[in-house]
Design a protein around this ligand. Structure first.
Ligand SMILES: [Zn+2]
Length: 368
């Protein structure tokens, strides 16, 4: 799969996510921006003062709230739902303005981009299949709801197809990302040929992820790193599917759904860590299902042999994106942006190239 198709896929996804906002004002109004008013605010795993403290926010920090329960509000931290006490927050005047008028445009025609898909009698996988379509088939779109398109079949007959398995016919060609890395895999090494790898750059948009030293945001370090990872994997012959290719918000469920829409061989979520303890440093790999520990071991040891950061090992954690993806999946914490040394290293192109090479080598070893 080439860059262009992937950009289109991600673009269509962001459209469908934005459409959800437009079609469901209840959801849109429930996502609001707040600012922390107390000097330190504990971030907990549950909406209760008994919930485990997973992070702390400082006065002036901003967060986006997705729901409210018992005086507690929910946001995201490192891909997990977390909670903070609402009375320590001040609501921001304007909430997210990401919804653009462009988002309501339903494409006129779409082409199937997945190998083979079902056409259904209604907008959901619970509706019966009334036919099938294959890659390259084009349809006129007659209606849209949530993430499904109603398309014209024969004459007046219509059916429903999943929007995330299609691409717009009319969309202009996007230029692929400029690749400036000098550290590519030797051309004889095409060891990931035929493998579908999902690269999931953590956070984005209204979710900054961890906040590090000097206010550096995790989402902004993850994105350039993911570009390097994608380049190295493609150089090794992999089909790379990307869940986020810019600075915008992607729901965890959508990250999972993207992965589960393909015959994904491995799902790799990219993150950087932060801690209240400035001395905390190094790289860790997380897996949820014990069966994925082997993938984690392989990637962690390959990364550690490429870069000089501390080895924090391979750990088990119940992250939603790992739990719900059907492919073997791992979440990589590629250094602490709250540690000045780690931060100075991980922001360099050479580190990001080396870590990308490590991840690629780890996958090659895993599939051997
Ligand atoms: Zn993260």
């Amino acid at each position: 799969m080439n860059h262009r198709l992937i950009s289109r896929l991600v673009f269509i996804f962001s459209l469908s996510i934005l459409s959800c906002f437009l079609l469901q004002p209840v959801m849109a109004s429930s996502s609001e921006s707040y600012e922390v008013s107390s000097s330190i605010l504990n971030v907990r795993s549950a909406p209760s003062s008994n919930g485990e403290i997973v992070a702390q926010l400082m006065k002036g920090d901003e967060l986006v709230v997705f729901q409210e329960k018992y005086g507690w509000v929910q946001t995201y931290f490192d891909g997990e739902e977390v909670w903070v006490a609402k009375h320590h927050l001040i609501q921001q005047a304007s909430s997210s303005t990401e919804v653009s008028t462009e988002a309501s445009n339903t494409p006129k025609n779409v082409t199937i981009k997945s190998e083979s898909i079902f056409v259904r009698s209604g907008p959901g996988t619970n509706y019966e299949s009334i036919g099938s379509a294959v890659s390259g088939d084009s349809f006129e779109v007659t209606d849209e709801t949530d993430d499904w398109y109603q398309v014209r079949l024969n004459g007046s007959e219509t059916g429903w197809i999943a929007s995330w398995l299609t691409e717009q016919v009319t969309q202009t060609v996007q230029t692929s990302q400029a690749s400036s890395n000098n550290n590519t895999v030797p051309s004889n090494s095409k060891s990931l040929e035929g493998y579908n790898i999902v690269v999931d750059p953590g956070h984005g948009g209204t979710d900054p992820g961890a906040i590090g030293f000097n206010g550096v945001q995790e989402k902004d370090v993850v994105l350039p790193t993911s570009t390097k990872v994608i380049d190295h994997l493609r150089d090794a012959g992999a089909n790379v599917i990307v869940t986020r290719s810019g600075d915008y918000y992607v729901y965890l469920d959508d990250r999972v759904r993207i992965s589960n829409s393909y015959y994904t061989d491995a799902y790799i979520s990219l993150h950087y860590d932060a801690s209240l303890h400035i001395s905390a440093n190094g790289i860790a790999t997380y897996f949820a299902d014990k069966a994925d520990k082997h993938l984690g071991d392989s990637i962690q040891s390959a990364m550690i042999s490429q870069v000089d950061l501390h080895d924090r090992g391979v750990r088990q954690a119940n992250f939603k994106v790992l739990r719900n993806t059907s492919a073997p999946s791992v979440l990589l914490e590629l250094g602490f942006i709250s540690n000045p040394h780690d931060l100075s290293v991980v922001q360099t192109a050479s580190y990001q190239n080396d870590i990308a090479q490590g991840i690629t080598n780890g996958l090659i070893h895993y599939f051997e």
